[in-house]
Design a protein around this ligand. Structure first.
Ligand SMILES: [Zn+2]
Length: 109
């Protein structure tokens, strides 16, 4: 497994699936990896859940990065966890939210 430092993403191949960069390096257990993107309320809840399971989670606000942002939309956060805890965090996410939805930025009808 490799790691893209600019996207903070664990990638299986030689090229980052998000930015297309090929300056990946082998991932380390302490590297923070993208887990999910949630609205603030859910992001905080997820962080709490992870903390209860001894997984340190970092939240990064995504507001401003979204191109077509509707007014009144809740602030969204990307959640990062250390690679060593990524699998466990995914399992918790699955438990808490039922499914892993990585992309919810589809434009509304
Ligand atoms: Zn990347």
């Amino acid at each position: 497994m490799n790691y893209c430092e600019s996207c903070r993403l664990a990638a299986e191949g030689e090229v980052c699936p998000v930015c297309g960069g090929d300056l990946l390096r082998p991932v380390h257990g302490k590297d923070y990896c993208f887990l999910a993107e949630k609205e603030e309320m859910w992001a905080k809840m997820l962080q709490e859940l992870l903390r209860n399971n001894h997984i340190p989670a970092a939240l990064l606000p995504t507001l401003g990065a979204v191109v077509s942002l509707k007014s009144g939309q809740m602030e969204r956060y990307q959640i990062f966890v250390p690679y060593a805890s990524l699998e466990q965090a995914k399992a918790l996410l699955q438990m808490a939210f039922g499914e892993e939805r990585r992309s919810e930025t589809r434009s509304a009808p």
